[in-house]
Design a protein around this ligand. Structure first.
Ligand SMILES: Cc1ncc(COP(=O)(O)O)c(C=O)c1O
Length: 412
């Protein structure tokens, strides 16, 4: 990975803009992370935990039917959906859980957008015996009710956040407010490669397990490196995870796909680096390109995928974008539904709405490549969590009937 120049900066991006009361907590976290990174036994413990608890290494699937359909590059899918709890979020939370144990803390808090990170954190807390509180925008609570159900059943307290746009950025603000009041016993499990240093570096380190595996697997199965690697980008953790396996390979093009929502000209999207609406700013403890107005107020974002519906983006990715190392594209909600449909029908695989963004761009480009070339799509999570949103978007009549019947059963 590209090295931080000074204290958590990636080029001009990143940093640690934190209130003074958090200095001591961050010093402790920095020390614990530095010790873990320097200790090969820690990484071994992490890999072994992921192997016995979270089905790692996750497979790399050759999507033969889709490859044939597009008639170009061979499409391989890295199956992060097969992680325990159904997404790449598990990689990060289990790693941070090990760190929390080492720091001797007893309570974890987290923000969540789609709910995947919340479920993963609640799962980790149950396994390690930590108390757990999850902050989630009220809008996301409504969109992702099944995940809220599971977080609560796993023993976590879910706090709906009613401020601002009631989505991920507001949940992050609320989690920071909690942390300031309970630094002694609490660790904030940041869910993506954003926020103040050391979070971007630390989350990227845990997620690098994806790229490490994918690199070995593609050489094993295809005999050489892929030409392109695609990943969706919310905060950027699954993308950074898979990209790190190929960052030093100049011949491998890396493509991040953001939420194009209703279209880049509609003002209803979450494309920070693929669009023209974002500008440099400092918020939520770090400097990056934010979707904000000229007064620095964060603007409302939109995506069919709750996990991509965020105003900021990883400072590491912003730097790689500025250097021209990662290319950015956006996929609209409509394109996402079509790519999801095609993947289900051709491969029997149900990608999450977030992951489907990466499929859109890969499908647009696969046909222009030679059949002796390979591409990897990082499938960050599974789509069955999105059943309500997907059924609604497909306007599925039998599903509507089922919901009506259920409603009647509950006296609605
Ligand atoms: C399945 C899935 N993919 C992708 C994301 C986006 O996060 P990131 O960009 O950090 O990988 C999320 C976030 O909730 C998610 O649940």
């Amino acid at each position: 990975m590209n090295q931080t120049t000074k204290r958590g900066y990636y080029g001009e991006w990143g940093g640690a803009f934190i209130p003074e009361v958090l200095y001591e907590t961050f010093r402790e976290l920095n020390d614990a992370f530095a010790a873990a990174k320097a200790d090969p036994a820690f990484w071994q413990e992490y890999v072994s935990l992921m192997g016995t608890y979270s089905c790692r290494p996750t497979p790399l699937t050759h999507a033969q039917n889709l490859s044939r359909h597009f008639g170009g590059g061979q499409i391989f899918i890295k199956r992060e959906d097969l992680n325990h709890t159904g997404a790449h979020k598990a990689n990060n939370v289990m790693g941070q859980g090990l760190l929390v144990k080492k720091m001797g803390k007893k309570r974890v808090i987290a923000e969540t957008g789609a709910g995947q990170h919340g479920v993963a954190t609640a799962t980790m807390a149950a396994k390690f015996g930590f108390a757990c509180t999850i902050y989630m925008g009220e809008e996301d609570v409504a969109r992702q009710r099944p995940n809220v159900f599971w977080m609560e059943k796993l023993g976590a307290t879910v706090v709906p956040v009613t401020s601002g746009s009631k989505t991920l950025k507001d949940a992050i603000n609320e989690a920071f407010r909690d942390w300031v009041t309970r630094m002694d016993d609490t660790h904030y499990v940041m869910g993506t490669v954003c926020g103040p240093h050391p979070f971007p570096e630390m989350v990227a380190w845990f997620q690098s397990i994806i790229g490490k595996e994918a690199r070995v697997q593609i050489i094993d199965q295809f005999g050489r490196l892929p030409s392109r690697v695609y990943a969706c980008v919310g905060g950027g953790s699954n993308a950074m995870g898979v990209f790190q396996g190929f960052l030093d390979d100049a011949g491998v093009e890396l493509i991040g796909v953001e939420a194009g929502g209703k279209g880049l000209d509609s003002g209803r999207h979450a494309a920070r680096l693929a669009g023209r609406d974002a500008s440099a700013g400092v918020a939520q403890g770090y400097k990056t390109m934010f979707l904000q107005n000229s007064d620095g107020q964060m603007t409302d974002t939109h995506s069919v995928a709750a996990g991509l519906d965020y105003v900021g983006v990883s400072p590491i990715l912003t730097d790689l974008w500025q250097q021209g190392r990662v290319r950015f594209a956006a996929a609209t909600d409509r394109e996402v539904m079509a790519a999801l449909d095609m993947t289900m029908k051709n491969e029997g695989i149900i990608p999450a709405l977030e992951s489907s963004h990466a499929f859109v761009q890969a499908f647009k480009e696969a046909g222009e490549m030679g059949s002796d070339e390979a591409i990897i799509i990082n499938m960050s999570g599974r789509g069955d969590k999105d059943i309500f949103t997907i059924a609604h978007a497909f306007d599925d009549p039998s599903w509507k009937e089922f919901i009506r019947k259920k409603g009647k059963e509950y006296g609605a």
